[in-house]
Design a protein. Structure first.
Length: 167
């Protein structure tokens, strides 16, 4: 047991020291600032977003679970279509919360991890699975939406259609 712990510690140290090679390179542009938070999404807005997301899923014959949260991650609206896998409930919630709290799509975390930024795994509430995006109205984040049940691309398409209903 002690030997396994030591081997794990050495492997973790090697990974951590190797992360410096993946840090932002000098002279590379900084990412744009995230939009500020606005007033939380209303129930009526959430219903409109949900209806558009559900319509997109039905149009494509996908079974999805969709969660819509306030900027603080608290649930405002949720639906799960018949025959959607049971795990989709929690995954949709996690994606919505992550996108709202961190003010970015969950695909941004996926890209960061692929680039070697393993520190992202230490962010409480971070979800790196495609299908979560912030809900932005008038340049301010009013919530987040997450979908699960399809592939990552399908989930992204569903939440994007939902958010488009507010424009």
């Amino acid at each position: 047991m002690r030997r396994m712990f030591l081997m794990t510690a050495v492997a973790c140290a090697a990974v951590l020291f190797g992360l410096n090679a993946h840090a932002q390179q000098p002279g590379s542009p900084a990412p744009p600032p995230a939009p500020p938070y606005g007033s939380p999404i209303t129930l009526e807005q959430a219903k409109k977003v949900a209806a558009a997301a559900e319509a997109e899923a039905r149009k494509n014959n996908w079974t999805e679970a969709v969660a819509i949260v306030e900027p603080n991650g608290q649930l405002v609206y949720f639906f799960k279509m018949d025959l959607t896998q049971y795990a989709a409930f929690n995954v949709a919630m996690d994606k919505a919360i992550s996108s709202a709290l961190f003010r970015r799509p969950t695909t941004a975390f996926e890209a960061g991890i692929r680039a070697g930024n393993l520190y992202l795994f230490n962010l409480r509430g971070m979800n790196a699975v495609p299908g979560g995006i912030p809900i932005v109205v008038d340049g301010k984040i009013i919530g987040g939406i997450g979908a699960s049940g399809g592939s990552g691309d399908q989930d992204v398409q569903v939440v994007t259609a939902g958010v488009a209903a507010l424009k």
